[in-house]
Design a protein around this ligand. Structure first.
Ligand SMILES: C[C@H](O)[C@H](O)[C@H]1CNC2=NC(N)=NC(=O)C2=N1
Length: 114
């Protein structure tokens, strides 16, 4: 299977297909440090990254935001002193789409340059 970081997001609508439990099992090993969380019965992917200070956490936030804009798929991002928490899910289907796994992998790739 092609690496998630090499893949592109597709535009999502309410008819987009959520990932199946089998697909989650296949994709999750590519983003081992992400947690699958349940937010009021909506599955999401979440990971926090540590940084030395607020400025660096904010710079990382901006890079993740730029990637989201260029892929047309958008996260929730919380920026704190020394920490950025990124959460991916697909609003259109209130759950997880392949796009979320692609963006989680791309977020990890961005973090490697910090
Ligand atoms: C038209 C456009 O593709 C949609 O509005 C996109 C924009 N970004 C999005 N981001 C996320 N995370 N979920 C969505 O359903 C979503 N919809």
């Amino acid at each position: 299977m092609a690496q998630l970081t090499q893949q592109k997001c597709e535009a999502c609508t309410k008819d987009s297909k959520p990932v199946t439990p089998d697909e989650i099992k296949q994709l999750k090993p590519q983003i081992p440090q992400w947690d699958l969380i349940d937010n009021q019965d909506e599955d999401r992917l979440q990971r926090s990254y540590k940084f030395p200070d607020f400025k660096t956490a904010l710079e990382f936030t901006k890079k993740v935001g730029d990637a989201a804009e260029s892929e047309g798929h958008h996260p929730s991002i919380t920026t704190e002193y020394g920490k950025t928490t990124v959460t991916w899910w697909t609003h259109a289907i209130s759950g997880l789409h392949r796009n979320d796994f692609i963006m989680a992998a791309k977020t990890d790739e961005i973090a490697q340059n910090f």
